[in-house]
Design a protein around this ligand. Structure first.
Ligand code: IFM
Length: 447
């Protein structure tokens, strides 16, 4: 086990957390008035999910949130990041609110408060109400309007009880995997459309931030957005590889960061993208380019970019996770320092996700996941290096609290600190959970 006591040194005010999302853990898909989301629909289409599973039961968190919060508290964390299922609180995504749905989140927030755990809410973690998809989904300019109404209602009900509200989780995925290559719901493969979807997602972010600030005024929580990001390294120093790496960074990182923090789309991305369906209206960029209180960064790996066909594989000196992602902690340092230089108006950052999938096995009640401990430790070292170079990072959330529904991979990929036996729904702390708990204790008390 790495010697965390001597080599990690985070400020006492640093926040430690774990993260989940609604569709991946809640289950109770048709209980208490919840409407279907695009993921409920997508899971039922043949060939979409590797193990043909659904989110119908997932980790049954909807019924087990009380004991789940006890488990969260047992990890010594002070923060918990979760998302609200839009179709649970507004079954169609427009029209009537569902009080039973809001009660669930109200009870969860209360339970967290009883345990002195800060609640960090995400409004949209990919599960659009099917009712809105039927009206055009994120291709319609009406959906951002509905999203702002939903955001305002959440802020009105919970704004004074939660630490932060993020509009979106990883809009890159919604646009590129949902509309670019059909790997995610709603299963569309059309890159021109994915670009317009990304604009509507950003627009909805701007509209929601404005609407929520109007509701809560200065008394509100911290408002922000969560983006998945990676530095893009050229496989070789050939001009072709360098150009591809720049393009990759522009289309993934700058495409979302520039509108939010600069007020315009990056020219080097616009130059190469299929703009045939791209339509920006007057006033859109001003809405998107609004001050926010924090930026959530989700980091898992870097992009290793090669112009060759087939492309060169990343070296993977530290290995690959069960997702096949290269373990590359120094990419986190490089990414954060790059952001600091490119965006002088950057708000405080939270690492809202970082973690690894591993083929965990339970033996006599023990899960030895040494690789996960090493992964987290090395990424915390990399984060510390960025902070020592002046990047303002306020907290770290491990993804994920527990094993859960890993989208099109189904339940096959295990990211959790808690092992979930899906047959019994029993949760067991992995070795990494024990390590995380002790590491946090040490960081708080400097022991
Ligand atoms: O499980 C996902 C999560 O929903 C969003 N970020 C990446 C995680 C791992 O793939």
């Amino acid at each position: 086990m790495p010697t965390t006591n001597s080599t990690l040194d985070f400020p006492p005010s640093f926040h430690w957390g774990v993260a989940t999302s609604a569709f991946q853990i809640e289950g109770a898909a048709s209980e208490d008035g919840r409407g279907p989301s695009i993921w409920d629909t997508f899971c039922r289409q043949s060939g979409t999910i590797k193990d043909q599973s659904t989110g119908d039961v997932a980790c049954d968190h909807y019924h087990r949130y009380v004991s789940d919060v006890d488990l969260i508290a047992s990890l010594n964390v002070d923060s918990y990041r979760f998302s609200i299922s839009w179709s649970r609180v507004q079954p169609k995504g427009y029209g009537a609110w569902n009080e039973a749905g809001f009660n669930f989140y109200s009870n969860l927030i209360e339970r967290l408060a009883e345990k002195n755990i800060l609640a960090h809410v995400t409004l949209y973690h990919w599960d659009l109400p099917q009712g809105l998809q039927d009206l055009g989904g994120w291709l319609s300019r009406e959906t951002p309007q509905r999203f702002a109404e939903y955001a305002a209602e959440v802020a009105r009900r919970f704004g004074s009880r939660v630490a932060s509200i993020a509009t979106h989780n990883e809009p890159w995925c919604t646009a590129n995997l949902g509309y670019g290559n059909a790997q995610f719901a709603p299963g569309v493969a059309d890159t021109a459309l994915s670009i317009q979807v990304s604009h509507h997602l950003l627009l909805s972010h701007g509209l929601a931030i404005k609407a929520m600030r109007q509701v809560t005024g200065d008394a509100g929580p911290q408002y922000g957005i969560v983006l998945n990001q990676w530095p893009a390294d050229a496989a070789t120093d050939t001009p072709q590889d360098e150009a591809e790496a720049q393009w990759e960074y522009a289309r993934s990182v700058e495409w979302f960061m520039d509108p939010i923090f600069k007020g315009y789309y990056p020219q080097r991305a616009l130059d190469r993208m299929d703009m045939s369906r791209f339509h920006v209206m007057d006033g859109d960029m001003e809405l998107i380019h609004q001050p926010i209180d924090f930026l959530g960064v989700n980091y898992y790996t870097r992009a290793f970019v090669s112009a060759e066909k087939p492309p060169k594989e990343p070296p993977g000196k530290l290995g690959f996770t069960d997702m096949g992602w290269e373990i590359y902690p120094e990419g986190l340092t490089a990414l954060l320092i790059g952001l600091k230089h490119a965006y002088p108006n950057l708000p405080p950052i939270y690492i809202t996700e970082n973690g690894m999938a591993a083929a965990d096995k339970i033996t006599d009640g023990v899960i030895e996941d040494r690789a996960r401990i090493d992964y987290v430790y090395l990424h915390l070292k990399a984060l510390q290096a960025a902070m020592e170079q002046g990047v303002d990072v306020r907290g770290y959330f491990y993804w994920s609290l527990m094993d859960n529904f890993e989208w099109n991979s189904g339940y096959d990929k295990r990211f959790g600190l808690l092992y979930v036996d899906y047959a019994s729904q029993e949760r067991t702390l992995k070795d990494s959970a024990h390590w995380y708990r002790e590491m946090i204790q040490t960081q708080r008390h400097g022991e």
